[in-house]
Design a protein around this ligand. Structure first.
Ligand SMILES: NC(=O)c1ccc[n+]([C@@H]2O[C@H](COP(=O)([O-])OP(=O)(O)OC[C@H]3O[C@@H](n4cnc5c(N)ncnc54)[C@H](O)[C@@H]3O)[C@@H](O)[C@H]2O)c1
Ligand SMILES: [Zn+2]
Ligand SMILES: [Zn+2]
Length: 366
């Protein structure tokens, strides 16, 4: 199969012929139809986060099941599926208490092949790394069955793929991690694929005021299509003061969807007392966030992280498909470009440059 292979940071990915193994007992081979390009791919491509090489990046995908292993029960050949980078084991403390999105961070090895087994991906004798249990910038993926969720076949796969990372992360953070209530006020910092989904989620949850914060006027304009009631550009003045004025003292919930110290601290400072800031963006290793310690006591503000929208994806994904069909989840507006495998390097460059006209760029395969 063909895949976009990364051999060096910041260099163009090369389209290469890659050997993908046959499914082991709990593995599934999926022919991909659509793959979104997320800023998390960029964090590994530009060397900010370490990764083995060669590697195939990509982790927001949807496709059709081709072959299943002998013990697979979750999906069957012909099923349309969305993948996720947070598979679950089903038996650990996190899974059994309903926090399955955390499972892969402690039990990651059991979703991979052991070092003494043949690798899932290779080129000749060379092993190719599987990124985040998926490696979706490719025609096929070979994954653990618990990294997949079947969906109805009438759901267009180019929109379905977005649910697998950006949308579950943004909407899930609102529904599950922060549990935004109707009538509350929300600020979302960073209006890319993830932030726009968080704004959309806040609108569905019934937030009374949704403030989009971004440096790009085009992104702020786009955010209003997803439900933002107000926009704030930090380039035009003090964003904390602007949000406090709009909400008479600060928001109930803020979501950081950029991945920097500065925006994480901004998310905290624009809260009202008892407010909750949820950090979604990937902050580079070694970077610490600073907040005044005494404020936690005096204001009862809270700062929390969220991985993959604290998802329960086998429940969430079919529900999100329904929300799309009801016209509530604006997946069509999230796609700014459709590209081929050879367009991924340019797409990542656009995200790195914060190109204002770019939301989600989606690789579409026949
Ligand atoms: N927690 C998770 O599980 C999870 C999942 C997916 C993505 N992420 C992370 O979420 C972040 C956002 O991902 P994305 O794909 O939406 O990225 P994106 O590049 O599409 O969007 C980022 C947005 O932030 C804006 N921005 C940049 N600097 C800013 C600043 N200083 N102030 C305000 N806005 C600013 C940009 O204009 C852009 O609109 C990334 O760090 C990504 O790695 C985390
Ligand atoms: Zn992602
Ligand atoms: Zn588990």
């Amino acid at each position: 199969m063909k895949a976009a292979v990364m051999r060096e940071a910041n260099k163009p990915l090369s389209i290469e012929e890659v050997t993908i193994s046959k499914p082991g007992p709990r593995e599934v081979l999926v022919r991909l139809k659509a793959i979104g390009v997320c800023h998390s791919d960029v964090h590994f491509w530009d060397g900010n986060f370490p990764t083995e090489m060669p590697v195939i990046l990509g982790h927001e995908s949807a496709g059709v099941v081709e072959q299943v292993g002998s013990m697979v029960s979750a999906v069957k050949p012909g099923d349309h599926v969305i993948s996720i980078l947070s598979p679950f084991c089903g038996v650990c403390e996190y899974c059994l208490t309903g926090h399955m999105s955390v499972c892969h961070t402690v039990n990651g090895d059991q979703f991979k092949r052991r070092p003494d087994e043949a690798p899932r991906l290779s080129i000749g004798k060379e092993k190719v790394g599987q990124f985040l249990n998926l490696s979706s910038f490719a025609e096929q993926i070979l994954v653990h069955e618990n990294a997949l969720c079947a969906i109805d076949k009438d759901m267009p796969l180019d929109r379905a793929c977005l649910i697998g990372c950006g949308v579950i992360t943004g909407v899930g953070s609102v529904f599950h991690s922060a549990q935004v209530e109707p009538g509350s006020t929300v600020a979302v910092i960073g209006c890319g694929g993830v932030g726009l989904a968080a704004i959309n989620g806040a609108a569905i949850a019934g937030a009374s005021r949704i403030i989009a914060v971004d440096l790009s006027p085009e992104k702020l304009q786009l955010a209003t299509r997803f439900g933002a009631t107000d926009t704030v550009n930090p380039k035009n003045g003090n964003a904390i003061e602007a949000v406090k004025e709009l909400t008479k003292g600060g928001v109930h919930y803020s979501f950081e969807c950029v991945g920097s110290k500065q925006t994480a601290e901004l998310a905290y400072h624009m809260l009202r007392p008892r407010g909750v800031a949820t950090i979604i963006g990937m902050i580079s290793p070694g970077v610490n966030i600073e907040i005044p310690g005494i404020e936690l006591l005096v204001t009862e503000k809270r700062l929390q992280g969220a991985v993959m929208g604290s998802n329960r994806f086998r429940i969430d994904f079919p529900r999100f498909v329904d929300l799309y069909r009801q016209g509530k989840l604006h997946l069509d507006d999230l796609i700014s470009d459709r590209i081929g495998l050879d367009g991924i390097t340019g797409a990542m460059q656009n995200l790195k440059n914060n190109k204002g006209t770019v939301a989600r760029q989606v690789v579409v395969l026949d």
